[in-house]
Design a binder for this molecule. Structure first.
Ligand code: NAD
Length: 329
């Protein structure tokens, strides 16, 4: 029998990382569940990391949790040495926080990634999947960026992600390390910390508060359900090519205004619940990624219908008030 693959998942107590872990270790009927993997989560448990997100897999014999920092060289070295692959989600992930102060973003997103890559190289890690973002390409008025587009990040957050992408890819080009980079669009779904648009607006409306809409609300984003993102990451981990970048999109482009209207409808609120606030500094107008490569080469195809998955997300926040109320001030 082939021995299991040991995967170190960084940031696995956050929104996307925890969904990745729950899915791989979940019931065998799920398309992305994997009986041939063991997972160790390394997470610092910042404000965005929640151990409860991993409750459903805690008793699995194929799961372990380590509370720690990806910048801790000794700890990272020890953990990487004991694993075959790394799937790297850990990051400071909220653009608005990076505008207030970028120091922690550089530390975790750049220095932390470098620390992991150094260890991966020392221990000859088999595959290193670096989870990045469409924001590294910058704004696009028309059409969609392919993976060949030069990076033009705008915010301190996306600048740190672009830096870490390039450092990761340099480890492939210089040292031959099997690094694979994914660049996804805006994720949505359950268990997302209520600071990003969808969970913030849902929980504000459920708490009887207004929702803050930036500027004229015309900024456009492509929405990707976490199930589809996990599908894309798994395809890249299992079948992707070393040194390659793969865009992962959801295929539902909406302006923030259109999205807000849908959320108001789902939550039974009216237009008077919207508070127009000053635009985010340096706010990119539109992100859009061309996903032809991952579709053609790895067979990626988003499965979730946006309207249905948004309604399901609203229901989850409705049914799990205790999960998000503890975070709110
Ligand atoms: P998140 O903020 O929900 O979770 C981040 C996790 O990383 C948390 O559990 C946190 O505790 C952990 N972490 C932070 N600093 C750490 C450190 N120094 N050491 C160890 N752990 C640390 O983020 P998310 O939304 O799940 O995003 C995951 C990844 O996907 C990030 O790399 C992000 O840049 C990328 N991404 C997210 C989106 C999105 O829409 N959420 C879109 C594109 C790309």
């Amino acid at each position: 029998m082939t021995p299991p693959t040991n995967i170190l998942v960084t940031g696995g107590a956050g929104f996307i990382g925890s969904h990745y872990v729950r899915t791989l270790l979940g019931p065998p009927m799920l398309p992305e569940s994997r009986e041939d993997v063991r997972i160790t989560v390394l997470d610092k448990l910042t404000y965005a990391g929640n151990p409860a997100n991993l409750d459903s897999v805690r008793d699995s014999g194929r799961f372990a949790f380590v509370h720690g920092d990806i910048c801790d060289t000794g700890l990272v070295d020890e953990l990487v040495a004991a694993h075959d692959q790394v799937v790297h989600f850990a990051a400071e992930s909220h653009v608005d926080r990076s505008i207030v102060g970028g120091g922690e973003f550089v530390r975790t997103n750049v220095v932390g990634t470098q620390t992991l890559l150094d260890a991966a190289l020392r221990h000859g890690i088999e595959t290193f999947v670096h989870v990045s973002t469409d924001e590294v390409y910058g704004s696009v008025d028309e059409g969609s960026w392919t993976e060949r587009e030069p990076l033009r990040p705008s915010s301190p957050y996306s600048a740190t992600k672009a830096s870490s992408d390039l450092i990761a890819l340099a480890h492939h080009r210089t040292h031959g390390l099997d690094v694979r980079v994914t660049r996804c669009s805006n994720n949505y779904g359950h268990h997302q910390y209520p600071e990003k648009l969808i969970p913030l607006f849902i929980t504000n409306l459920m708490a009887g508060r207004k929702v803050p809409l930036y500027g004229d609300g015309r900024n456009v984003r492509d929405w990707l359900h976490i199930d589809d993102h996990v599908q894309g990451i798994e395809l890249v981990r299992a079948q992707g090519c070393p040194g390659e970048v793969y865009n992962i999109g959801g295929g539902t482009e909406l302006s923030n205004r259109e999205l807000t209207e849908r959320l108001l409808d789902e939550c039974g609120a009216g237009p008077d619940s919207v508070e127009h606030v000053a635009d985010r500094k340096g706010h990119d107008h539109r992100y859009s990624v061309d996903c032809t490569k991952i579709r053609a080469q790895l067979g990626y195809a988003p499965r979730r219908d946006f309207a249905e998955a948004l309604a399901e997300t609203v229901r989850w926040y409705h049914d799990n008030r205790a999960w998000w109320e503890s975070f709110r001030v």
